[in-house]
Design a binder for this molecule. Structure first.
Ligand code: FPP
Length: 280
């Protein structure tokens, strides 16, 4: 069976092609999915209906990201703080997650998606832990989009764990305190090997990071939309990517430095090319 994301069709294909021609597609998108409860409330429905519809948004966004060539998509599915919600709602969310994993597993697999998780999985019910392990094992050789589920996750939890691991390595003499730098810290976070997000999307208009990828979002572009998560489908994703493409990512530098950097990169590319064709 050939694996790969289902191909977009008609108008959607045109929109995706336009986006790819216009500029760079972010290689890592992170999403804070918010507003399921409000979506349900505005329709006089129980909160669970909002979460249910939210799963449909997840499906659509995962597929569209795969088609666009996004390499990593990290979604904040359940935060450490979400354990403070009423017990009934937690149980509904867990059942929904389990159902979604079971229902979507084969589709994700044939769409060439690789699955990863970040967070304290040991806090999740046993059947979910097992389903996640099986799904990750099944998809581990896939080469398309990596879908990272943040479950029982918080940025402070992540950083605290990294600090503990680094302290352990100092204790055993593996590293010296003076050697701790950005790279050492990133290596000990749960996102090891995953590039920092280029774009963070948050739905429902809230202007907060909510203890998401605190270290990893240092230079990420933020896109906040008033849409509630169940309303956020691929067209809204394209708007977010189009907005990202208009940003100038300076990483602390000034515009002129960036222009110079681009010029140097282009010159060295041409030099390498000429060298390779001349055989020297
Ligand atoms: C925020 O809405 C959403 C969540 C806390 C959970 C998101 C979960 C899903 C979309 C379903 C399961 C996930 C996967 C990966 C299949 P909210 O309840 O905080 O909304 P509100 O702020 O309007 O109350």
């Amino acid at each position: 069976m050939t694996k790969g994301p289902a191909q977009p069709s008609g108008q959607d294909k045109k929109l995706q092609e336009k986006l790819c021609e216009k500029g760079e597609i972010p290689q890592h998108i992170a999403i804070i999915m918010d507003g399921n409860g409000r979506w349900a409330k505005s329709r006089s429905l129980p909160r669970v209906a909002g979460h249910n519809e939210g799963v449909n948004s997840v499906r659509d966004i995962v597929e569209a990201c795969g088609q666009l060539g996004v390499k990593f998509l990290t979604i904040y599915a359940f935060s450490t703080e979400n354990w403070r919600r009423p017990k009934d709602e937690i149980s509904v969310l867990m059942r929904l997650l389990l159902k979604a994993l079971r229902d979507e597993r084969d589709r994700l697999y044939s769409n060439n998606v690789r699955l990863k998780t970040i967070g304290d999985l040991s806090a999740l019910p046993g059947d979910i832990q097992q389903e996640l392990q099986e799904a990750m094992e099944l998809m581990k050789h896939n080469t398309g989009l990596t879908l990272v589920l943040a479950l029982s996750y918080s940025g402070r939890w992540d950083i605290t764990n990294a600090m503990k691991r680094i302290a352990g390595e100092i204790e055993t003499g593996k590293i010296r305190p003076g050697e701790i730098d950005d790279k050492v810290i990133s290596y000990h976070l749960s996102t090891r090997g995953i590039p920092d997000p280029d774009l963070l999307i948050r739905t429902s208009g809230e202007m907060r990071i909510s203890n998401f990828l605190l270290w990893q979002l240092a230079y990420t572009e933020f896109y906040i939309t008033e849409l509630l998560w169940p309303e956020f489908r691929r067209r809204a994703l394209y708007d977010a990517v189009a907005s990202f493409q208009q940003r100038e990512r300076r990483f602390g530098m000034v515009s002129e430095q960036l222009q110079l950097k681009r010029k140097h990169a282009a010159v060295s590319y041409v030099e390498r090319f000429l060298k390779s064709v001349s055989g020297n």
